[in-house]
Design a protein around this ligand. Structure first.
Ligand code: AGP
Length: 606
């Protein structure tokens, strides 16, 4: 999703702006640009494609201004080309924007009637023209921005600079995230603290509806009603975080390999290994009082929630409803008071998830969230926050965040089950010990990837791939298919194995590889029957299992033997082989593994 930076500096800011934009690359983008105030005038450079193209433009024609804004654009309105790239300029105003202006058509018509000429297809250009028109009418920059913001509907994070004003930047947010950074006689604006980490660790997160006037000596923040407000300055840990690939070729590979470590951290946060118990104090929830749970999330985080539904119903005996956030936010579902609504999000900024959270809050639910970014909007708007300790996830395809989400939900299921009297002390001990072994199992799988490389080579020639699983393995099949399609661009679908014969079995022939997630649990025999049905129709099956391979025998083309895992913990372990299959297939295909086409890491628009 679009990334924003702004610097009021004491020397040329073009280089630092590009450095900050590089730290936002993980969000996904298709063009980039910067603008600075130079000798009182605005000047900008923009380029389609990756940041290196913008850097080439800048080395041919440098920008030397000390005040500037920068942007990585993930196209929503208009093609991803140089013309539509931000910053946009109108008269004395230059603006960068993340979000979607929903009433841009009406605003554009009105602006065109008053003689403003549009040169792009973007919704953002209306913001630049609105402010410029108000300035021409005699308003100060602050007045012009305030009046213009009141006309905008939709979501935005903005950074705005003005010709003739070297010591001024205005930032605003509604819906999309935005942070202000405090330096020594310098000020910064960024979509997140990671972007600002090279410059400062002192950050203020703007609240929804806030706008701020920045000068080099500080910021004055106003809320949506125009009242001056104080917002807390926090010390961000982002500066301490390593954002490099280590010895790996891609961030995704690094993040897959970090899983044993980050899962150990996450599990250790919620579990007391020596006692074999869940540390209930970590949940900040009245565990025994929860009567029903509604889970909502998007993409991979939704699949983590879907595993959670199986776990919470089976082990905690608590009713769970789950829906993808983009549907749930508009479904107007009636919700009985006294329920808990649980949101799962790596970034904590996903627009649909945040909107659903607000809906559930209005419906009187207790809001809890599982987030990886503790300072995110979703975390800040939740009554109870259950952090994942995955560290920053840079690859667009979620890997370690997913398994850490699963770890937290597994611990929550045990804690609720215990509090409701459905899990005995002995069972709690057994399940905790099962989770404790997960990092070791994953290390074993990661020791030798040759089998995954071999099968991925075959997958890289496929046009379609099917993933099958039952019970808790069904969401892992869905996740395997999502992982493959998002980074290799091969069409893939996940199905509940028992649903196959109700339609999807028609797809099966020798050209469609089928990956079956089949741990040795109480549904294994059922899954085996489905494998036989597929093989009988010429299907080429790869089975992921810890069952005796002889039992599967010649039915499968490939058997990937995995460590023996307690059935409760299988989703955490089986997530890794499907990640490896997707990763190696994408490497064979030569795609942009970390920043796949059309995708964004943090989806802050609907
Ligand atoms: C996963 O690989 C995805 N790129 C995507 O589905 C992601 O999980 C989804 O957009 C939700 O993001 P969040 O966890 O930051 O809310």
């Amino acid at each position: 999703m679009c990334g924003i930076v702004g610097i009021l500096g004491n020397e040329a800011v073009a280089g630092p702006l590009v450095e900050a934009l590089r730290r936002l690359e993980y969000r996904g983008y298709d063009s980039a640009g910067i603008a600075t105030v130079e000798n009182g005038s605005l000047d900008r450079r923009r380029a389609e494609g990756k940041l290196v193209k913008l850097e080439n433009c800048l080395s041919e024609a440098p920008l030397v201004g000390h005040t500037g804004i920068g942007h990585t654009r993930w196209a929503t309105h208009g093609a991803p080309n140089e013309i539509n790239a931000h910053p946009h300029v109108s008269g004395d105003v230059s603006v960068v924007h993340n979000g979607i202006i929903e009433n841009f058509r009406e605003l554009r018509e009105d602006l065109e009637k008053s003689g403003m000429e549009f040169s792009t297809q973007t919704d953002t250009e209306v913001i630049a023209h609105l402010i410029a028109r108000t300035l021409k009418g005699g308003a100060t920059p602050e007045e012009a921005v305030e009046q213009s913001l009141s006309k905008l509907e939709g979501a935005f994070a903005l950074a705005i600079i003005f010709a003739g004003h070297d010591d001024l930047m205005i930032a605003a947010r509604k819906g999309s995230p935005l942070a202000i950074g405090y330096g020594d006689g310098e000020m910064y604006v960024g979509s997140d603290a990671i972007a600002l980490a090279p410059f400062t660790d002192t950050i203020t997160y703007l609240d929804d509806g806030d706008w701020a006037v920045l000068k080099r000596d500080g910021a004055v923040i106003r809320d949506r009603a125009g009242r001056q407000v104080e917002r807390a300055k926090v010390k961000s840990v982002a500066s301490a975080l390593m954002v490099d690939k280590g010895n790996h070729r891609h961030f995704m590979a690094k993040e897959i390999h970090e899983q044993p470590e980050v899962l150990s951290h996450t599990l250790a946060h919620y579990l007391d290994f020596s006692e074999g118990r869940v540390d209930r104090s970590r949940f900040d929830l009245d565990l025994g009082a929860i009567e029903r749970i509604t889970i909502s999330a998007c993409g991979t985080a939704y699949y983590a929630g879907l595993v959670g539904k199986y776990w919470l119903e089976r082990w905690a005996r608590i009713p769970v409803e789950i829906d993808i956030a983009s549907e749930m936010r508009y479904r107007e579902a009636p919700m009985e008071k006294g329920g808990m609504a649980l949101f799962v999000s790596q970034s904590g900024e996903t627009a649909d998830t945040l909107a659903t959270l607000r809906y559930c809050k209005e419906e009187g639910q207790h809001i809890a969230s599982i987030v990886n970014v503790r300072e995110s909007s979703i975390a800040r708007e939740s009554a109870s926050v259950l952090p994942t300790l995955a560290g920053p996830e840079i690859g667009v395809a979620s890997t370690k965040a997913f398994t850490c989400q699963l770890a937290v939900i597994a611990c929550l299921a045990i804690a609720i089950g215990r509090a409701r009297g459905h899990i005995s002390e002995e069972t709690e001990n057994e399940l905790v010990m099962a989770l404790a072994k997960v990092p070791g199992h994953i290390s074993t799988i990661l020791r030798d990837e040759s089998i995954f490389e071999k099968i991925s080579h075959d997958l890289s020639h496929a046009r379609d791939v099917l993933y099958l699983g039952r019970g808790v393995s069904y969401p892992i099949a869905l996740e395997g298919a999502l992982k493959l399609k998002e980074i290799s661009y091969i069409h893939a679908e996940g199905y509940a194995a028992g649903e196959l014969k109700h339609g999807p079995i028609a797809l099966i022939d020798e050209d469609v590889p089928i990956i079956v997630v089949a741990p040795d649990d109480d549904l294994f025999e059922k899954t085996l029957s489905n494998i036989q049905e597929v093989v009988a129709r010429g299907g080429r099956v790869t089975v992921l299992t810890d069952h005796d391979p002889d039992r599967i025998g010649a039915d499968a083309e490939n058997i990937i033997s995995l460590p023996t895992v307690h059935p409760f913990a299988t989703p955490l372990v089986y997530a890794v082989p499907v990640q490896l299959l997707a990763y190696h297939t994408a490497v064979f295909m030569g795609t942009d593994v970390d920043q796949p086409r059309n995708l964004a890491k943090s989806v802050t628009v609907e």
